[in-house]
Ligand binder design. Structure first.
Ligand code: BDR
Ligand code: CA
Length: 311
């Protein structure tokens, strides 16, 4: 299986991504989960990550707390979407598994130095603060990363948190600037993809019909956040963003896109955090990211339902 570190700010969709990874041991080995401030503050995201591991019956997974704020900007949260806890929709018990004492950034650095070069994939599902901090503090690890597969940004969909920016990038654009410029092989799951994998009553029912605690939780979570998104977009379902990252590791053929140049805007107050994606190859700048654009939504939900059903 592929060794990964999940860097995350749970968040209901982050939680589903964690469940998908833990339900796929043949393809994925989770070396650790690093929490970052994002959808809700760090005190919540690290606790939520542990709640989700316990929901999956995996209290052996190590969870680390990382950055409690972006590199330069003031913290930005998204309680309007995710609720006060970040996992509103169902109340999970307080976790009994411990939070690791080591800082998330130190864990990322130590792991990349300890594992063979090119064998660890980073899976950021939130603001990129932890990853950028690790790269800045220990430049020797950058060349050892197998790949970064992240959820963030947008091109045709433009933005969901400002008119021109997606939440994960806008929350810490300076960190995103570091990561996109690092020279690591990058796969990006932008809103262009995630807005094609919408929840629906039938898809939610399939989770609930699993008849398990994880299935029930996923159905409750999607039922919670889709109210917000459906009102916002006037759509019949809501994007289930972050599991796209994990689904790509298991079934890459579910997604297609282009290897293009993507730069992060960090200067303009108007377009701060925009992923300037050169989809048409106009700029002459060298490609640095596989930027996805299409997804097989039925295949995605089938995979999610099947794997979460094993937990
Ligand atoms: C991203 O922002 C968060 O609200 C979600 O968890 C996802 O990672 C979507 O823009
Ligand atoms: Ca997230």
């Amino acid at each position: 299986p592929r060794k990964i570190i999940i860097d995350t700010d749970p968040g209901q969709d982050d939680a589903v991504a964690i469940l998908l990874a833990l339900g796929s041991p043949a393809e994925i080995e989770v070396l650790g989960i690093t929490a970052v401030a994002g959808n809700v503050p760090l005190s919540r995201t690290q606790e939520n990550a542990r709640k989700v591991c316990e929901l999956a019956g995996r209290s052996d997974i190590r969870v680390f707390a990382g950055a409690d704020r972006p590199l330069l900007l003031p913290p930005r949260t998204a309680e309007n979407v995710h609720g006060k806890t970040g996992l509103d929709g169902i109340e999970l018990p307080a976790p009994s598994m411990p939070l690791q004492e080591q800082h998330a950034v130190d864990f990322i650095i130590e792991t990349l130095r300890a594992e063979a070069p090119g064998t660890v994939t980073l899976c950021p599902l939130g603001p990129l603060t932890n990853i950028a901090t690790a790269f800045r503090r220990a430049p020797d690890i950058v060349g050892r990363v197998q790949e970064i597969v992240l959820m963030g940004g947008a091109y045709f969909e433009v933005g969901n948190t400002s008119p021109t920016a997606e939440f994960n990038i806008l929350a810490d654009p300076h960190a995103a600037h570091v990561v996109f410029g690092a020279g690591v092989p990058l796969v990006v799951m932008p809103l262009d993809v995630t807005h094609k994998v919408l929840t629906s009553p039938a898809r939610n029912r399939a989770f609930r019909d699993l008849g398990t605690a994880p299935g029930e939780a996923v159905a409750a979570w999607t039922g919670f956040f889709e109210r917000w998104d459906m009102a916002k977009y006037g759509s019949e379902g809501a994007p289930l963003h972050d599991p796209c990252v994990i689904a790509y590791l298991i079934r890459p053929e579910l997604f297609s896109g282009r290897h293009i140049n993507v730069e992060i805007e960090i200067a303009s107050p108007l377009t701060m955090g925009m992923t300037v994606a050169d989809w048409w190859g106009i700029s002459g700048r060298a490609p640095n990211a596989m930027f996805m654009g299409q997804a097989d939504a039925d295949g995605y939900y089938d995979l999610l339902t099947q794997r979460i059903g094993t937990l």
